[in-house]
Design a protein around this ligand. Sequence first.
Ligand code: GLN
Length: 551
Amino acid sequence: MASLIFVTGGVVSSLGKGLSAAALAAILESRGLKVTLVKLDPYLNVDPGTMSPFQHGEVYVTDDGAETDLDLGHYERFVRQPTRQLNNATTGRIYSDVIAKERRGDYLGATIQVIPHVTNEIKDWIERAAEGFDVAMIEIGGTVGDIESLPFLEAIRQLGVEYGDKALFMHLTLVPYLKAAKEKKTKPTQHSVKELRSIGIQPDVLLCRCEMDLTEDERAKIALFTNVPKKAVITALDAKNSIYDIPMMLHDEDLDQIVIDQLGLQEKATRPADLSDWREVVDRLVNARHEVTVAMVGKYVDHADAYKSLSEAITHGGLRERIKVNIVTFESEDFSEGDTSALDAVDAILVPGGFGERGFEGKVNAIRYAREKGIPYLGICYGMQAAAVEFARNVCGLENANTSENDPDTPHPVIGLITEWRDASGAVERRSEESDMGGTMRLGGQECRLQNGSLSRQLYGREVIRERHRHRYEFNNRYRETFQQHGMVLAGLSMDESLVEIVEIADHPWFVGCQFHPEFTSTPRDGHPLFTGFIEAALKVQQGNREKGAA
Ligand code: GLN
């Protein structure tokens, strides 16, 4: 039976529950425990797939094809254990499961209520997700006191009783520092714990987010008012250098040992914590030797979390060669008219995934600039599709070529729904069932074979890779030959060769477009071949230009 660690938050949102949980999980993993993390979101959307990245941040995709909360991205960046559909549930998902059962008659005519039916469904979900692990950390989204969170809190309260010593409640709060009074205020923490206790949950550990260290007296005071042992009242300062400092910070506060002792995991935690990987990551971040600037040309560029995994992956890409990467965001609409001179100052250009017409022409113009000027280019999903459109128009001479997503009447749908181009050619007979599942998207991890001699093959260092997808449209096979004749390399194909997954331009310093999302599998410790290659190419071109300038 897994031990359960429940993570709740109080006072305000955005305290970094997900990051703290992930960082603690990283320490526990380094101590030899098998750890998984689960996020329970209190909103009514059945999954985050349809939520605007503007409001909610990016949609993270798991290998098994779930569209999930971005906290799962933090989890995968901090622990080796991949996440699955089971690692994220929303109120909407839980309710729709309960209602489906009711419709099937599974409850044999009983009156269906939040307690016990909804809470039982939540408990089942948690236990299924925890199965096979030493420790499952369960993060409850939102803050204690929200009406929406109540069924989740009731469910974990019950699990706390059932699991006894095998359950632990960790609560994050804020201890604000009032500059005028020159004082740290513990009252919000006291109130938040009171709120938690009023629904029957006594926290075992408090992580107090604070701008400065809590004194012994302050911790003693919080301990006294909250019934939490003083050693388990922990200061969680803002990370100085990087979020990848957090495992070290929590370990310095003895958090892993407190947790292991309380859950009786001493025997399973066979190793002392080894955080050398994380120290190395932070050292590489802090002590960079080079610096490059990457332009990200997208649509949701104002919302910091809309491209969370992507900005992390770009940063990871510089770690091997100690390259500090500055990411400059550009609203793609600003390039719609063709003036891309704002890109003169950058070392590399990236167009991320996206949907819809707005800003598409601006992306195409930015890509043209990258192609013609020999600037390293990485196009992800929509960014690959836009690169195909640009190449079709400006290199192959296919006038008004487009993706049928933007222009259903284009004479050259170089990107289209499989059903569209398959019907037109009659050639491809496969996978409409698979990729049109639910009438929607190709989702999750799929294998791809890399062509010998391609840049991608060299970067990955292997022939078969597995990457995650989230899109409806595909490269139109009817244009394969034309593209190849004009110098585009179809560097990656699906295993049955029916779908183009990676395109490259042979006669260019570094130009890669991939139909999948490599940012979801990049980690700080290992990086990702495409991002590492991209950032190192940016440095190389920058250095080449400097030499030319000096000569
Ligand atoms: N809109 C494109 C499609 O659906 C690309 C999606 C994406 O970039 N994730 O195929």
